[in-house]
Design a binder for this molecule. Structure first.
Ligand SMILES: Nc1nc2c(ncn2[C@@H]2O[C@H](COP(=O)(O)OP(=O)(O)OP(=O)(O)O)[C@@H](O)[C@H]2O)c(=O)[nH]1
Length: 759
């Protein structure tokens, strides 16, 4: 354990203030006692037993002069703590010291310092000094009191001047001695130059005066001890009637500010400035309050950092309200505990500053929490709004949901409010409201758009299919049906929009609905027009025109294929079909009714393209050049088809003339009848016919033909070989017989070979 330091030099003999006083205050356990301490100082001539008295009175251990010498012991101002009471005791260098000669600067400054900082000033003097102007320190007191009066008149602080008469013999009563001192003091006081308004003031307006006599310490030691004991009781027993520490004497400087306060006073005295104690106290209060705020803010800032680290972006922090309240209360408690003792106005002012800082720090969390909540509420609102039933008013459901979200926000803001701080949550509510409205509008529009897009897709799909079907087999009234169908779909969609809109949009604004209908018409028409461009591409158009031409040229009204027997019929049909096809090109070139009416678009074509001046421009598919090109191409295609048909007619007429069939019947009549009448041939014909039919029915006619061809080929080879062999044999016989052959035999063989070969 560190031994308690008994005393320290608060101001050394070189007038330097000790910087270790705060540490000293800690060591003597006075740093945290607040106002519960007292300050006593002793003034008096050198070697008048001041230190001896203090040591015996308060249990201090100030240096005491060796009895054999007569020289100064106490240098500067020493500070110690009374052994059994929270009293700071200052032992001040004696006045009139020969060591300093005529330099009275230090004794004046130390005396001023003692009066400015102490509640009780013990003025130590020998009995024989009483009545002496110099010896009783009256000169010093005059100077000190004059300055004191200048400084204290506004504050009206009081102190006790406790005169201790040493070596009091008792021959002169204490009353007489005290009266003498009072008279001297009054004289001194009256001779002071007083500040304006204090001309009539008395010394007793500022000082209480006390007088005590102490017997000779060495000669009457017992009496001395008894007198000191009774004097000590006056310093320690707060219940005693003559207790010296009247509350009005206290300088109202908390113990933790004692060092700073006394240093400031010493600096001011040392620099010969006017000692403005109230200002000093305010400065001290400001300084200390700032220090206390810094101390209180340290744990607060740490706790805020921890809290901040727990604050994940977008997430709500649990128990935030309680934690903020705790932080707030803690920092205020920490501040109040120490700062409350200082100048009240400064304390209040600094507290406001502290609260502002705390407010700003905590407001960040308040803001973050409400922002996170806002995000969550907007997100949950969007989720709920997406699922709103489509048969109920979106606006109504949305308003209800928005109100719920706002109430939740209000509730949270209220919960986060800290007692002592007023935060305005209006802006958060407004922002939330705005975000929710935006989200609501966006979802509403998106739902509406998707509903309209659905309708548009339906219409486009249906009309697209119809268009494809119609153009696959076009006719001269191809647009009539399509336009009627388009008109019907548009009407249905329009009715649906009028039915659905009030669920989403304020029904009191019909112009909004009309805008949507208008746009819908435009979109459908544009999609229809786009589809037309695809379906009326050159390739598809040529194909379709060719089909149309062929339909007219090669098929009759019932859809049956025509059999051209005469060229003149073919020519007539060709001319008619070409004419119809050219007319179809004209019909297809522009989307309008067959009676020439232009369909109602429902919008201005300039909205689509400013180059369009009339609906006709928008509805025209084939311009004049395309009509011309398409007509030329069609003519070429038609010509080819015509030539093909013509060739077919000619070949049919030239290949098998009808008389051939008649001749065949006449010439082959007998053979035909012979086959019919002969059962064997008839059976053979029947079997052969059936076989051919079966082969035909089973699709084996092809393979059978191949087999037959191969078999026939093999047979021909075989017969050819045999005939060749036979010719070789006969040549040999001819060579042998040389003669004996006749012409008739040769002719007969040749005929056989030829037959065989032929067969
Ligand atoms: N006659 C007399 N002498 C005393 C008394 N008390 C102390 N002394 C003696 O006076 C001398 C000075 O005592 P200190 O207590 O050192 O006096 P001081 O006033 O503190 O001296 P400085 O600090 O040097 O001014 C010592 O030798 C003491 O023994 C007393 O009551 N009467």
């Amino acid at each position: 354990m560190v031994p308690q330091r008994i005393c320290t030099q608060i101001v050394d003999e070189h007038k330097q203030f000790n910087k270790d006083i705060p540490q000293f205050m800690q060591e003597v356990n006075l740093a945290d006692v607040g106002f519960s301490y007292h300050v006593v100082a002793v003034l008096g001539s050198q070697s008048t037993g001041k230190s001896t008295l203090l040591n015996q009175l308060f249990g201090t251990r100030f240096d005491v002069m060796d009895a054999g010498k007569r020289q100064q012991t106490t240098k500067g101002i020493w500070l110690s703590k009374a052994q059994e009471a929270p009293i700071l005791v200052m032992d001040v260098e004696g006045t009139d010291g020969r060591e300093r000669g005529d330099d009275q600067d230090f004794e004046r400054k130390s005396a001023l310092f003692s009066i400015a900082t102490s509640e009780v000033i013990i003025v130590n003097m020998w009995e024989h000094q009483v009545g002496l102007y110099q010896g009783s320190n009256m000169v010093l007191l005059k100077t000190v009191l004059e300055v004191h009066l200048q400084l204290f008149h506004s504050k009206k602080e009081r102190s006790l001047l406790q005169f201790v008469i040493r070596d009091y013999i008792g021959t002169t009563s204490m009353e007489n001695l005290s009266e003498t001192i009072k008279t001297d003091l009054t004289n001194v006081w009256s001779s002071l130059s007083k500040p304006p308004g204090l001309e009539e003031s008395k010394i007793t307006d500022f000082f209480d005066l006390g007088f005590t006599g102490l017997p000779h310490k060495i000669l009457c030691s017992e009496a001395f001890d008894t007198a000191v004991d009774s004097l000590r009781a006056r310093f320690s027993n707060s219940d005693a009637s003559d207790y010296v520490f009247d509350p009005s004497y206290h300088k109202r400087i908390p113990a933790d500010g004692f060092s700073l306060y006394t240093r400031e006073i010493w600096d001011t005295i040392e620099n010969n400035k006017d000692l403005d104690l109230p200002t000093q106290q305010q400065l001290l209060a400001q300084y200390r309050c700032d220090e206390i705020i810094a101390e209180a803010m340290e744990p607060f800032s740490k706790a805020c950092s921890i809290l901040q680290s727990e604050f994940l972006p977008g997430n709500l922090c649990e128990n935030l309200s309680t934690r903020m309240q705790d932080l707030y209360e803690q920092v205020v408690r920490d501040y109040d505990r120490q700062a409350k003792r200082y100048n009240h106005a400064i304390y209040e002012k600094k507290k406001l500053e502290l609260l502002r800082t705390v407010d700003t720090s905590l407001y960040v969390f308040f803001q973050a929490q409400l922002n996170a909540l806002q995000k969550q509420l907007v997100s949950s609102f969007s989720g709920a709004a997406e699922k709103f039933p489509s048969d109920k008013s979106f606006k109504e459901l949305s308003s209800q949901e928005i109100e719920k979200c706002k109430s939740r926000m209000q509730e949270e803001a209220q919960t986060l409010m800290i007692a002592g701080i007023e935060w305005d949550s209006t802006q958060f509510l407004l922002k939330l409201s705005e975000e929710l409205e935006n989200a609501s509008t966006a979802i509403c529009e998106q739902k509406l758009f998707s509903r309209i897009a659905e309708m548009r897709t339906d219409v486009q799909t249906q009309i697209g299919e119809s268009l494809e079907i119609a153009l696959q087999k076009p006719n001269l009234k191809v647009w009539d049906g399509l336009l009627d169908e388009l008109s019907m779909h548009r009407k249905q969609a329009e009715d649906e929009i009028i039915r659905v809109f009030p669920f989403f949009i304020d029904s009191t604004k019909p112009e909004v609905t009309q805008t949507y209908i208008h746009n819908f018409h435009k979109d459908v028409w544009m999609a229809f027009r786009k589809k037309l461009n695809v379906e009326m591409s050159d390739l598809l158009l040529q194909q379709r025109l060719r089909v149309y031409f062929e339909e007219n040229f090669r098929y009759d009204a019932d859809g049956m294929p025509k059999l051209f027997k005469k060229s003149d019929t073919l020519d007539l049909d060709y001319r008619e079909s070409v004419s119809k096809s050219l007319e179809l090109i004209k019909v297809l070139s522009c989307v309008k009714y067959s009676d020439g009416r232009i369909p109602e678009l429902g919008f201005d074509v300039k909205e689509i393209d400013s180059s369009f001046s009339t609906p006709n421009d928008f509805l025209t598919i084939l311009n004049r050049k395309r009509i011309s090109d398409t007509s030329v191409n069609l003519k070429r295609t038609a010509d080819l088809i015509y030539l093909d048909s013509k060739r077919s007619v000619v070949s049919t007429q030239t290949r098998i003339p009808p008389y051939f069939w008649a001749l065949l019947l006449v010439l082959g009549w007998n053979e035909f009848m012979a086959v019919i009448r002969n059962p064997f041939f008839f059976m053979l014909l029947l079997i052969g016919g059936s076989s051919v039919y079966i082969l035909y029915a089973t699709g084996m006619i092809g393979p059978a033909k191949v087999l037959a061809n191969r078999a026939a080929g093999g047979m021909v080879d075989f017969v050819t070989e045999k005939v060749a062999e036979s010719y070789q044999d006969r040549s040999k016989i001819r060579e042998k017989s040389y003669s004996g052959e006749n012409l008739s035999e040769k002719t007969s063989i040749d005929g056989d070979v030829e037959k065989a070969a032929l067969s």
